[in-house]
Design a protein around this ligand. Structure first.
Ligand code: AP5
Length: 217
């Protein structure tokens, strides 16, 4: 089963992916995580994309498509999982077309796209309060889901920090980029892939249940 979680920054894609991946035996592939990992490792790629991530703009399609090609082929080669769960990709029409070409090559399809609709007010509040563990990537929120000790991860003891791009001016930029470059790709999939709209303003458990209800029916 191959699924895509789609929605604006802060709509809960990463949160839901973490919950669904074990249950559905899927590889969670987040382009944001892959790019941040490259930045943390100070690799050539990381040096190239660091300032783009910090600005809230999108990394170029060729870089992202190359990363995704490797990730999707690795799941197929591994063969032990039921499929993949994409989070934060595709994000431009060019990426959607590149994904089409890759899937034509591997003989795979997207089984469903879940569109997490969340209001601008909700996502701004979520992103400005989000904190992330630098080691295991567990996501917290200062108000709704704080770590037991401020700045320390409950799960691994790692340092919990604010993401560089979760500052107010960058959040606004990311939301604008979503509206202008990412939302339009839904038209690319209209009528070709099953799309399910989920109210992303609901509490986390309710969003998970709504997705599970579709997947298991
Ligand atoms: P990326 O990491 O993909 O960020 P994003 O899409 O902006 O999404 P977020 O991770 O910010 O939000 P989310 O929807 O996962 O929400 P989360 O679950 O964390 O991309 C970062 C950057 O990398 C981009 O700006 C770009 O530069 C680059 N990039 C990435 N992919 C790219 C691509 N394909 N092409 C080009 N460039 C790319 O939740 C947020 C907060 O809300 C958390 O605190 C959480 O606890 C809380 N929360 C979640 N759900 C709920 C709920 N239902 N109720 C209350 N709180 C909730």
């Amino acid at each position: 089963m191959n699924l895509v979680l789609f929605g604006p920054p802060g709509s809960g894609k990463g949160t839901q992916a973490e919950r669904l991946r074990n249950q559905l035996q899927l590889r969670h592939i987040s382009t944001g995580d892959l790019l941040r990992e490259a930045v943390a490792q100070k690799s050539e790629l990381g040096k190239k994309v660091e300032s783009v991530l910090a600005s809230g703009q999108l990394v170029s399609d060729d870089i992202v498509l190359s990363l995704m090609r490797d990730a999707i082929l690795a799941v197929k080669k591994d063969g032990s999982l039921a499929g993949w769960l994409l989070d934060g990709f595709p994000r431009t029409v060019g990426q959607a077309q590149g994904l089409d070409a890759l899937l034509a090559e591997t003989g795979e399809t997207i089984d469903a796209i879940f569109v997490l609709d969340a209001t601008r007010e909700a996502v701004i509040e979520r992103l400005s309060g989000r904190r992330t563990c630098t080691q295991c990537k567990t996501v917290y929120h200062v108000k709704y889901n704080p770590s037991r000790t401020e700045g320390v991860c409950d799960r691994c003891g790692g340092k919990v920090v604010q993401r560089e791009d979760d500052r107010p001016e960058t959040i606004a930029k990311r939301l604008d980029v979503y509206e202008s470059q990412t939302r339009p790709i839904l038209a690319h999939y209209q009528g070709r892939v099953k799309m399910h709209r989920i109210d992303g303003d609901l509490p986390v458990d309710d969003v998970t249940t709504a997705i599970e209800n579709v997947v298991t029916r």
